[in-house]
Every structure is written in structure tokens, then in C-alpha cells.
Design a protein around this ligand. Structure first.
Ligand SMILES: [Zn+2]
Length: 190
């Protein structure tokens, strides 16, 4: 998948999961959302020609040489291990929310890559076998359609969260929290 699809996957999971876990707190929602966007692009650091790989050429080249593409940096078990370790480190709540967002973004990336023909090494390093759930080729017309669907869902979700529409019922919960959060900020800054 290309970076546009991955960013939209990150936006989707950032809005949806963020709306569920960051109650009454706009700062946390923002931190979580920022984390998911970075996380949605991060695994492709193992590929020199990816969007993030081009931004950090030196790091990307080194990682690609050492770890290869779609191996260690696309291994769900590795991220699960890292997240478990980070959960055990004492830190401010807001940092942990950011890290949680980062890992949800990475999860969205791994799920999306699973729908490509190449698939994903879900059980790496135990097996190098890649599992594919779909037949989408990166930068193909089919991916454009898929990305378009994600964009539509994101736009509707955002309109819901801004109280402009109420199409998705799961955003109702967040709606009241956002308004409550804005109210809290206004009260506190008075
Ligand atoms: Zn990838």
C-alpha cells in the first residue's frame, strides 16, 4: 500500500479508537491521533523508496540492509512485545496515550499491508511465511478505489465528530465528550 492509503488507515483508527479511549480530554485525543498518523507510516521505514524511507534516507537504508523489507519491521509480534515493555515503564499518562496511538497506527499499517498480494509475516520471527488476505497491488487502480473508500469513511466520521452529521452511531459517545472537553477548557481558562 502507498502512503496515502496508510495515512487514511491511520486517520480512521485514530478517530475511531481515539474517540473511544480519550474521554473528556482533547489534549489526549490530539496526542493519540498524532501517534496513529506517525505509526501508520512507520513500518515502511524498512523500504528506501517509501514515503517515510525517502524522508529518512540514511536510517531507512541501514534498516533495510539489516532487517530487510516486510520482515522485522512488519512483524506484529515484535510490536506486541515492544508495546508490552512500554506499558511496564512508568511515565506520564499523556506519553502513554501517545505511545498507544503509535502502536494502533502501526497496527493499521500491518492490517492494510495484509490485504496486498505480498501479504504480511504475521508470525515472524517464528516463520517467514507471509499471509495475504487480499489481492491489492500497491499503487494499482484497486488501491485507489480502496483508498477512496477510506477517505469517504473518514470524512463522514469527522463530520459526525464535529456535530455536523450523525451517520455513524459509534461516534455519538465522542460527540458529547468533545463538547464536554471544549466546555472544560473554557471553564478552566476563565
Ligand atoms: Zn508496509
Amino acid at each position: 500500500m502507498n502512503f496515502k492509503t496508510h495515512i487514511n488507515g491511520g486517520v480512521l483508527i485514530g478517530l475511531y479508537i481515539g474517540s473511544q479511549i480519550t474521554k473528556n480530554d482533547i489534549l489526549s485525543a490530539g496526542v493519540f491521533f498524532g501517534g496513529t498518523i506517525i505509526g501508520s507510516l512507520l513500518p515502511d521505514i524498512d523500504h528506501r523508496n517509501s514515503y517515510i524511507g525517502k524522508k529518512a534516507k540514511g536510517i531507512s537504508k541501514t534498516i533495510n540492509k539489516l532487517a530487510g523489507h516486510r520482515k522485522l519491521f512488519h512483524a506484529p509480534l515484535m510490536y506486541l512485545l515492544l508495546y508490552s515493555i512500554s506499558a511496564g515503564i512508568p511515565m506520564k499518562k499523556v506519553y502513554f496515550i501517545g505511545i498507544t496511538g503509535l502502536f494502533f497506527g502501526i497496527l493499521s499499517h500491518l492490517i492494510l499491508d495484509s490485504f496486498t498480494i505480498g501479504g504480511l509475516p504475521w508470525f515472524y520471527p517464528f516463520t517467514k511465511k507471509k499471509f495475504s488476505l487480499g489481492k491489492i497491488k500497491t499503487n494499482s487502480k484497486l488501491e485507489d478505489v480502496f483508498c477512496g473508500i477510506l477517505i469517504c469513511i473518514n470524512v463522514v466520521m469527522l463530520l459526525d465528530l464535529l456535530n455536523i452529521t450523525s451517520i455513524f452511531t459509534f461516534t455519538q459517545n465522542y460527540k458529547s465528550n468533545v463538547t464536554q472537553g471544549i466546555r472544560n477548557i473554557i471553564i478552566n481558562t476563565k
